[in-house]
Structures are given as C-alpha cells and as structure tokens.
Design a protein around this ligand. Sequence first.
Ligand SMILES: C[S@@+](CC[C@H](N)C(=O)[O-])C[C@H]1O[C@@H](n2cnc3c(N)ncnc32)[C@H](O)[C@@H]1O
Length: 250
Amino acid sequence: MMMANRLGTLWGVGVGPGDPELITLKAVRLLKTAPVVAFPAGRGGKSGIAQAIVADFLRSHQVQLPLYFPYVHDQKVLTTAWDKAASQVWQYLVQGQDVVFATEGDASFYSTFTYLAQTLQQQHSAAPIRTVSGVCSPLAAAATLGIPLTMLTQRLMVLPALYSMSELEAVLDQADVVVLMKVASVYADAWKILHRRNLLEKSCVVVRATQPDEQIYRDLNQYPDLELPYFSLLIINCVAPTDEIRALGC
Ligand SMILES: C[S@@+](CC[C@H](N)C(=O)[O-])C[C@H]1O[C@@H](n2cnc3c(N)ncnc32)[C@H](O)[C@@H]1O
C-alpha cells in the first residue's frame, strides 16, 4: 500500500434523523467533496438509513464504502467487525484520502461512529479523526410532536437500550422528562410501568421521525400492544404538564 505524505482524515458526520433537509451545511460540503463516503451497510439488499439520507448529495466519481456493523451483543463478533471496518477506512487514509462516515442522527449520540473511531485510533494512533454534529432523534421527535423536550429546570434522562425495568422505575423517580431509545423490544413492559404510574397520557411514541413514513402515537393509554420498528423512541413527561404544554398536545 502506497503511503502518502499526509494522512487523510476520518470525518464522523451526523446526517440527521431522516429528512435530508435536516443536515448541516458543513455535512453537505464534506459529503460532496470527500473522495470516499462510508456508511453502515444496509440489510437484505436495502440501503441503510444514513446511506439513503445522503444519496442525493453523492456523485458517481466518489467511492461509496458500505461498512458492516452486525446487530449483535457478542463482543467478539463486534470487535472483529469494528477491526475490519477500521482497516477498510485506513486503506484510504494512508493514501491521503479523506473518508466521510455518514451516521444517522448525531455522530456522538449512541452512534456506530464512536466504535469505528475508537478502533481506528487503537490501530493507528496518528489517524486524524474529526466529528461533525447532526440533529439527534430525541430533538427531531420533540419537534415532530410540537412540544418542548425540556423547559425551565426540567431534568432530562435518556435510556439508551437494554435497560431493565427496575432501571426505568429508578429513572422515572428522578427525572422530569425521560426518553427511551430502542424502545421497540421493551415497549410492552415499559407500557405496564407507565400504566401503573399513571404516565401513559403524558407519553408519546415517535416512529421514524422526519422520514416519509413517520408515525406518532400520543396518549399511550390507547396503545398497550404496539408493534414498533427499530427506529422508534418514547418520550415521557413525568411532571404534571402546565396549561401551556397541555395546549401543545403531549
Ligand atoms: C443506535 S441509536 C442511534 C441514535 C442516533 N445516533 C441519534 O442521534 O439519534 C438508534 C435508536 O435511535 C432512535 N432513533 C434514531 N433515529 C430515529 C428516528 N428518526 N425516529 C425515531 N427514533 C429514532 C431509535 O430509538 C433507535 O432505536
């Protein structure tokens, strides 16, 4: 492999929650000018979400580099995949070419980019790495719902995934507003807890926020059995809403 005088930079670029207009000018400039644009590979022959968001910004002369990140918890399988992805990126950096890694939402908020960047740094400590922030899904979902996510002195807590129900109970005791990411697999259990605490009326689910097939569920009393896809999150307002918030509908 030819080593250039200067190493290329790996850019982790948040491309927002789905609507291609919710992407920063900086992200668009980098996406349009990078020799190599990487993204998490889609599944079953379909484009991944980040790939779909950036598709219209890319030109045919740019290398498009799908990187495979498995949806598993096996640390060995994950580490092998991250090692391979980082090596694929390094091949271009070492030739002096920048690689822009497009990641859904924000690049530092529960993003695959973090693992890619950390692995690359372990493999090649000199590799230049930069991050460009994007609109993350809880903020996009609040805008979709037309509610403030937080206001005044409200404490916001975000549960990323794989939370236990006792963890959810503890968080509900402390926070004013709670966001449950990756809620699809635990929705039924979360619903029971919210029901017991009389919080369903003040809870909303947003599916695929800002995407063409976005769905909103308000007042979850009506929805004990929702079958949700992966791109779903739940927002719980734990405090009694003021009249102003009530008027906004959540
Ligand atoms: C691995 S996290 C990625 C978060 C992303 N980096 C962000 O900034 O929002 C994946 C989870 O984010 C949430 N999510 C991401 N995009 C979403 C969207 N457009 N609508 C609803 N939830 C979304 C879902 O809870 C999903 O399971």
